[in-house]
Design a protein around this ligand. Structure first.
Ligand code: CU
Length: 512
């Protein structure tokens, strides 16, 4: 068991693009104007449809090569650089890690030391419209319960073009069986680098063989709009206020890939929303998802859900048991209004092609017997109130727009304690709230999608990114465990982080 969880349990009382059929539109504002257009076949409930024809067979993201032969050490070389990539058949120069899109998947185990030899080979790119240098970068291992200090997950580091350095993460207390990811995290230019392609999966392997028999797929949901053979540039503050949504919507770099499955077969799908601002209200035609894990670990049992809402930064681990009836079933993103009344289109993300010899797989009834909801008297815990808001081209937490360590809302937390954070959304758009280092459990959700709220307030789900609905509120139980240092919390609509919807978390006094 992870030390993190043992510590928690001391407190636990009970257990409780461009293809034919694809529709092109520029900004979120355009969604409202688009009614019933597109490749058709489905009537979207307000936002139209994006229904490209089935594409090539689904391909897993590339795997990162482990350069270490020493047991217990995973060492990889990670290079940020521009590279020519085929985006749905169109060659474009994207910002990449190691030249691939999406970036290669890093795999490690709990207890490993993960070393990332990092090299910034981005060219000089000048200054963006927020006044930040586009060429500087750094690295965040999103979801890892590791130190935020030194050469670990330290957001204070930065790399100029040509600079290199070592990141090293002690995975001693990291939960097993988790899908995390990595991406840049340098305030003011993250949105452009992330939009341009810099994101990859970071898997901490399971510790039991329970799920190893199931075919497992890593699905990275990412969208982009190309312009002149490059990612469409950020040209106005509206790009930052709305967050960019692309007209080419991909699963692990492919538009509507075809995933074979046998009738009755069970597959494990691990899905990360690595899009800047697009939400995915997932649904699989003719099937129910069996949700078995969230960001912070595997759940006690499968939770049957017909729809899974995944906001930017969130991940879900699920089992799909194919119908006994052969045929094509589409993985869809259903219409969802993340701001105001404007619904997104219905989007075909992937086609599950069911056929061949029938399988007799069964969904396990127990997944992780150690998973439980933390139950404690929250009334006695320190309470933090955070209000997210937008205005004048900036994002705010408690009225302060992050500009640097000397201009930010700050939380000082004692190490080895629990806190209750109440996050209020004082704006008419949804904000996915992400805190580094320590995953939380959701105590209550006011507003937004009822299914999302009921799942997260009943399942023993650990979360590092939680959707705070427009004009709504989320309260969460936050363990402050194992690692002191200076960490961050922010909106994971990446543009909102860049315009200041971020704060600093001083844990145990903080450290640089
Ligand atoms: Cu936001």
């Amino acid at each position: 068991m992870a030390g993190k969880k043992i510590t928690r349990r001391e407190f636990i009382v009970g257990s409780a693009i461009g293809t034919a059929g694809a529709v092109t539109f520029g900004s979120a504002l355009a969604h409202a104007a688009m009614r019933g257009g597109g490749g058709g076949g489905m009537g979207g409930s307000g936002g139209g449809t994006i229904n490209p024809p089935p594409g090539a067979p689904f391909r897993e993201p590339l795997e990162m090569v482990n350069l270490s032969s020493v047991p217990g050490i995973v060492e990889v070389a990670l290079e940020a650089k521009p590279a020519q990539v085929s985006v749905n058949g169109t060659t474009a120069t994207l910002l990449t890690y190691n030249g691939s899109y999406p970036a290669p998947t890093i795999r490690a185990r709990r207890g490993d030391i993960l070393r990332i030899r990092f090299q910034n080979n981005l060219p000089e790119l000048g200054t963006n419209i927020l006044g930040h240098d586009r060429s500087m970068t750094n690295l965040h291992t999103h979801g890892l319960h590791v130190s935020p200090s030194g050469i670990s997950d330290n957001m204070m580091r930065m790399f100029a073009p040509g600079q290199d350095g070592l990141y090293e993460y002690d995975l001693m207390k990291q939960e097993a069986g988790t899908l995390n990811f990595y991406h840049p995290h340098l305030h003011g230019n993250v949105a452009e680098q992330y939009w341009g392609g810099m994101a990859g999966a970071l898997v901490i392997e399971d510790e039991t063989p329970l799920l190893s028999a199931f075919d497992t797929h890593t699905m990275i949901l990412k969208d982009i709009t190309l312009s002149g053979g490059a990612p469409e540039p950020y040209t106005s503050m509206m790009d930052y206020m709305h967050g960019k949504e692309g007209n080419t919507i991909m699963v692990s770099g492919q538009v509507n890939p075809v995933l074979p499955i046998r009738p009755g077969q069970v597959q494990r799908w691990r899905i990360v929303n690595a899009s800047n601002a697009r939400f995915y209200h997932l649904s699989l035609e003719g099937h129910t998802f069996q949700v078995i894990g969230t960001e912070g670990g595997l759940l006690d049992k499968p939770y049957p859900l017909s729809k899974v809402l995944l906001s930017p930064g969130e991940r879900v681990d699920l089992l799909v048991k194919a119908s006994t009836r052969a045929g094509a079933y589409r993985l869809l993103a259903l219409p969802y209004a993340r701001q105001g009344m404007m619904s997104s289109p219905t989007i075909t993300l992937l086609t599950m092609q069911c056929g061949g010899t029938a399988a007799k797989d069964t969904i396990p009834s127990v997944i992780n017997p150690n998973a439980s909801r933390a139950v404690m008297n929250t009334a006695t815990l320190p309470k933090r109130s955070l209000t997210l808001s937008m205005g004048q081209g900036r994002g705010y937490i408690n009225g302060i727009s992050f500009e640097g360590m000397d201009h930010t809302f700050m939380i000082d937390s004692a190490l080895g304690t629990y806190e209750v954070w109440e996050i209020t959304n004082g704006s008419g758009m949804d904000h996915p709230f992400h805190q580094h280092v320590n995953p939380c459990q959701v105590l209550s959700v006011t507003g937004g999608d009822a299914g999302y709220a009921s799942f997260l307030t009943t399942a023993p789900a650990w979360k590092d990114t939680v959707l705070v609905p427009k004009w709504g509120k989320v309260t969460m139980l936050v363990p402050v465990m194992d690692y002191g240092g200076t960490a961050m919390f922010h909106c994971h609509i990446i543009e909102h982080e860049d315009i200041g919807m971020m704060g600093v978390w001083m844990i145990g006094g903080g450290m640089m």
